[in-house]
Design a protein around this ligand. Structure first.
Ligand SMILES: [Zn+2]
Length: 219
């Protein structure tokens, strides 16, 4: 059992409740994108001309060296699932009462099987669980799967790396029928958008569905 200090992950101030991750002030000052319903926001625009994602959004903007990145870091590298649930809940609050709230299911981007073994959990799934708590939308984890074979990315060129992402995702072996459904894909970060694009393509190949995308952080 791991214990995490009950201090704000951003400013270090002592917290009142073990459920909290950030103090009230730091949560308030989070550099949120506020993209909400804005259809032409930078995250949505990432998909334009590539894949017909209805709408995309992120909770906060990635700022290099920002203390807010440490919250994601805690989730990804220090086993702090509570931080992931917390971020997921914040994302849920942002998306509630927007068009995203009409989605039928939340689909976390799957993790490489190898990394899953190493880490013991999928950080995107933890985030999705937090989001689900707030939005009341079920999390579905067996719709898209990620293949185990994974070539070293460092030896590849940019284009090759991009292609590689597409090979990685396939439909799960017993997927539910999502024809006519609205699917919200959840990931921790969006940079090039290639991962979310690849996941969307898997769904579009097999179903007539609508796809939305939301992440905690965006570059
Ligand atoms: Zn604080």
């Amino acid at each position: 059992m791991l214990f995490f200090p009950s201090n704000c992950l951003v400013c270090g101030k002592r917290l009142h409740s073990p459920r909290e991750i950030l103090c009230f002030e730091c949560e308030y000052k989070m550099p949120k994108t506020g993209y909400g319903e804005r259809g032409d926001n930078p995250v949505s625009r990432t998909f334009w001309g590539r894949v017909p994602v209805v709408s995309g959004t992120s909770l906060f903007r990635f700022e290099k060296g920002s203390a807010y990145q440490t919250v994601l870091h805690e989730l990804k590298y220090r086993g702090n699932r509570k931080a992931g649930l917390y971020l997921g809940r914040l994302l849920g609050h942002e998306l509630n009462h927007t068009s995203f709230s009409r989605c039928d299911l939340l689909v976390p981007v799957p993790l490489h099987p190898g990394r899953m073994k190493q880490r013991g959990y999928n950080q995107s799934e933890i985030i999705a669980r937090g989001t689900s708590e707030i939005m009341g939308i079920p999390v579905v984890t067996n719709l898209i799967i990620r293949s185990g074979h994974h070539r070293s990315q460092t030896t590849m060129g940019r284009h090759e790396r991009f292609e590689n992402v597409f090979e990685e995702f396939t439909l799960g072996s017993h997927p539910m029928d999502i024809n006519g459904k609205k699917v919200l894909i959840i990931d921790d970060v969006i940079t090039t958008g290639a991962t979310l694009e690849a996941c969307s393509q898997v769904l579009f190949t097999h179903f007539k569905c609508q796809v939305y995308a939301a992440t905690v952080s965006c570059a």
